[in-house]
Design a protein around this ligand. Sequence first.
Ligand code: NAD
Length: 436
Amino acid sequence: MRISIIGCGYVGLTTGLALAETGNQVVLVDVVEEKLRAVEEGRSPFYEPGVDEMILKHRSSGALSTTTDLGRAVEGSDITFIAVGTPSREDGSMDDTFIISAAKEIGDALKTKDGRHVVVMKSTVVPGTTWNTIRPLIEENSGRKAGPLLGIAMCPEFLREGAAMHDSLHPDRVVIGTMEDETFEVLDRLFAPLDSRILRTDPTTAEMIKYASNSLLATKISFANELSRICERVGVDVYDVMEGVGMDSRISPQFLRAGVGFGGSCFPKDVSALRYLAREKGVPTPILDGVMENNEIQPGHLVQVAERTMGGLKDVKALVLGLAFKPDTDDVRFTRSLPVARHLSSLGARVAGHDPKATENFRKEAPPEMSFFDDHEEGLSWADVVFLVTEWPEYAAIEWERYPNIRAIFDGRRTIEPASVKDIAYWSMGSPLPEP
Ligand code: NAD
């Protein structure tokens, strides 16, 4: 099939590559030329394992092309995916600016196009958006109604950054939210080669499935984090506790790893948008409120334990290891390293950071006095205290005995094997609190 994808970010690009891999002709559209140029040159516009190789493969097979001309891309395709950003506004609500402008442009392009066209919402949107906002906009601008000539669907994306290519090729499930049998059949055929479970719903249920999934995963993390603070005081290790909890087949061990909290482009903004929607509908959300409140506690808690243990952090050289919100990405959206750095700075510490991929992105938001090391070994030779915030594998391999200058390590992600640290005070979140 001929596919156009609006938005060449994590979701648009990896969806496009997965569809090229399964035998389709894909054109990627973006307003940022630089991103498209990167793809033309055979590299990913962001760091994501496996994506460069897939771009090269499908640039040379001829299955993948790019353009800034949305109209022409829609004109030359049968199905258009909307994969633009839906960030949070200040008040926590979903910013629909990009999806609205994409929908209008798609509608305009369809005015002069012959034959049936299917528009699929891939962006994460508040329940009701595809059917009540996007469909009418496309209808109005194209002059055709949802039905025989215009298919409308919502297929939420569940990929994890850092494993985006794998997840796009092997999704746990594909949710197809549509009111029309014909649209379902086309998309069912399109996704069939991915060999995944397919669930048919209406668009609004599909949108709610995405918010519910992310909110439940975030809830599991915040639950583990709350439990971890209790375990620290009781004198037991939350990882031992959660190992026992996760053995229960009703629960599963996933997302019960306590630590410095969740970040990224999805969990914080999706939980916030769902809370905002609930408020608008007059529904109280004590669980979701607590999930976010808990998440904000963790970075400060890590720094407080360090302050108490060290007897103050003023003028202490504090190295934050890991600035991306998770390993294998250069994405720093809502990264927990930022509140950790800010807390350290506010207590008078001299803060520096290192990340294998994300330093440039992090620098834009960092406290002005924060400095950065390109090489983590140089940072380790400089530091008095180390805060581990992102579990890059190379940090697990550090030979700590080479850095006698380091007085303490505070591990926010259970990255380090305690046995590998001798003569340095070591504390990991969720283990019994250290003596001051
Ligand atoms: P992103 O910011 O990486 O990419 C979005 C792209 O859309 C940008 O390159 C931007 O320039 C482009 N764009 C914006 N308006 C445009 C327009 N009118 N025409 C053409 N291009 C336009 O975003 P992302 O991380 O890929 O996320 C996209 C959506 O998918 C969001 O709703 C997000 O919540 C959801 N999602 C993201 C992930 C993830 O892990 N990143 C996972 C699941 C779902």
